[in-house]
Design a protein around this ligand. Sequence first.
Ligand SMILES: NC(=O)c1ccc[n+]([C@@H]2O[C@H](COP(=O)([O-])OP(=O)(O)OC[C@H]3O[C@@H](n4cnc5c(N)ncnc54)[C@H](OP(=O)(O)O)[C@@H]3O)[C@@H](O)[C@H]2O)c1
Length: 221
Amino acid sequence: MNRTYAILGGTGALGFGLALRLARSGGRVVIGSRSQEKAEEAAVRARAILAEGGAATIDIQAAENGAAAAQADLVFVTVPYAQQKTLLSEVSGRLQGKIVIDATVPLAPPRVGVVQLPEGGSAAVAAQAMLGGGVRLVSAFQNVAADKLQSLEPLDCDVLVTGDDRAACLEVVALIERLGLTGYYAGPLANSAATEALTSLLIQINRQFRCQAGVRITGVT
Ligand SMILES: NC(=O)c1ccc[n+]([C@@H]2O[C@H](COP(=O)([O-])OP(=O)(O)OC[C@H]3O[C@@H](n4cnc5c(N)ncnc54)[C@H](OP(=O)(O)O)[C@@H]3O)[C@@H](O)[C@H]2O)c1
């Protein structure tokens, strides 16, 4: 049975890339937005991109964030850090019992090239505390460039996955493989501080080399 994936903030750079890859892998995708109209525009655009790429079956729907979360098996959170808490408080009831994959990086503009982790340790730890133990929170995708996800090309980078529910993390690792990347379970949610912090280091490297750097885990056999 194909699963339904909701992407809250799926109209944005990262969420749209995830929507494309999830739909291409055969999943039912619901692009979430604050605006039904904006979600529908993104869904139309995503269907066109995948149809042009030759995808046979494409199931991409559109909804406001709350309705998107309500109909999903797995929910992605892809909004800017400044909006993460507001969004989660609005949809919390729709997330209970589900795997929620949070990609939030706690960047504090304008100093985005400097690590500035929030009180409590990390954005993902704060999200879990807010949503409660009924939500299987998994932190992932902080170190993957949105443009690269949207390109639909094979990606030369890995995804670090953390969370206190190991089974949920391993489910997400398996899903990541279906998206054309390699995922690694990297320990409890407290370790999300490392992946969230790493983004500022990648931003520094991107500026130096005018690139979109990612991370690769080596030595794993
Ligand atoms: N961009 C990347 O390469 C990248 C890579 C890894 C992780 N991340 C992380 O992923 C998250 C999303 O990044 P992004 O670059 O995709 O962000 P983005 O394009 O700036 O925004 C994503 C979506 O968030 C929603 N949004 C914006 N302002 C909002 C508000 N005030 N309240 C509620 N929703 C709001 C918008 O959706 P609607 O207007 O449709 O509601 C927007 O399309 C961030 O936490 C970022 O740190 C980004």
